[in-house]
Ligand binder design. Structure first.
Ligand code: BYC
Length: 316
């Protein structure tokens, strides 16, 4: 019988060879727990992330914009479902995952605790929030856990449409009246810094990074991904004619990257501890809808049971 240390060495060697870990493979308990934490946080983010945008469906300024926004929000629901399924392959139930969200044991992305105050926010979320999410998720396409990596491939294709629709929305506003342009700038001012916070704390402060990098759950660090996002977004802001609200943002030829100002980590910590502007509203809404829709889950379970019985009878 192989001992745990041997199994762990084989597991790490497999990861080092660049192979995927699949649900039935042996894995260290901490690898399983880390992935449940990260994938469920990711899934909850997709689902909670529908709320700030859902707020604007009835107020979209045209049928075209409404159709695009609806399609995007439906995509987020789909992303949540792929991710919950990937998470369930690690031996945890959907019920337990929801329980963890409702009791605060599981987090969701800090970004969704900010309010959406104007129509331009739909553009800023698509461009900046989905833009930041793509940078992170492209990297996760090569994460070591097979079901998570494969979910990311599909999600990234849809996210790139989301990012473009947000950019196109803002471009229309920026080419419109002075008031529309000001609305776009106001959205940029409010969403820029929270978007940078999506990548998590600095590497030196990141509790999980070292282990997650060794297991190739994370392929690039929080700071590397944040820098990538900034570097590719500055020119896009310039094309829109919008000013990034950071007086310290400056090209550094020596580094080949943009330097940027201090992130307000106190604000970030406050938001992830549950005290951001909309934390309570977001969670209460999720709990309320979850309770109201208990009949849907009961009906789906009854239907599945009936079908299972039918196929049992057919086999017999
Ligand atoms: N917000 O050691 P660290 C979307 C927590 S949704 C909240 O660096 P890790 C979209 C972290 O959990 C996209 N919490 O952690 C949907 C940890 O807390 P605990 C969502 C954060 O995991 C709708 C502690 O801080 N994307 O695209 O190694 C509409 C220490 O951090 C945050 C994902 O979820 C945060 N921003 O790295 C539009 C991507 N950052 O559990 C768009 C998947 C950190 O120890 N996740 N924390 O108490 C990841 O890539 C990684 O989990 C992170 C953090 C880079 C976020």
């Amino acid at each position: 019988m192989e001992n745990v240390m041997e199994l762990e060495a084989q597991f790490q060697a497999k990861i080092d060879r660049g192979e995927f870990i699949e649900p039935k493979d042996w894995m260290p308990e901490k690898y399983r727990k880390t992935l449940i934490r990260q994938i469920s946080q990711h899934a909850h983010s997709e689902i909670i992330g529908m709320q700030p945008e859902g707020n604007w469906i009835t107020r979209a300024p045209s049928l075209r914009r409404k159709a695009i926004l609806l399609a995007k929000i439906q995509d987020e629901a789909g992303h949540g479902l792929y991710l919950y399924s990937a998470c369930e392959t690690m031996g945890i139930s959907r019920e337990e995952l929801n329980h963890q969200l409702h009791t605060g044991a599981a987090k969701y992305s800090s970004i969704f605790n900010y309010p959406t105050l104007s129509w331009a926010d739909m553009g800023a979320i698509g461009w900046l929030v989905d833009g930041a999410a793509i940078v992170n998720q492209v990297s996760l396409q090569r994460t070591s856990y097979g079901p998570y990596a494969r979910a990311m491939v599909r999600i990234c294709k849809e996210e790139s449409f989301h990012q473009r629709q947000g950019y196109e929305l803002l471009l229309s506003l920026c080419r419109g009246t002075a008031e529309q342009k000001a609305m776009a700038q106001d959205a940029m001012n409010r969403w820029w810094w929270p978007s940078l916070m999506m990548f998590g704390p600095h590497d030196a402060e990141s509790a999980h990074s070292a282990q997650s990098m060794q297991w190739k759950i994370k392929r690039e660090s929080n700071d590397e991904l944040r820098q990538k996002f900034i570097d590719k977004t500055v020119a896009q802001a310039e094309f829109l004619g919008l000013t990034i609200p950071d007086p310290d943002l400056k090209w550094n030829a020596e580094r080949g990257h943009y330097d940027f100002g201090q992130i307000d980590w106190e604000e970030f910590n406050n938001v992830i501890r549950g005290n951001g502007p909309c934390n309570k509203q977001r969670l209460n809404h999720h709990v309320k809808v979850h309770e109201e829709n208990v009949w849907v889950r009961e009906a789906a379970n009854a239907y599945a049971k009936k079908n299972a019985k039918k196929s049992e009878t057919l086999v017999a």
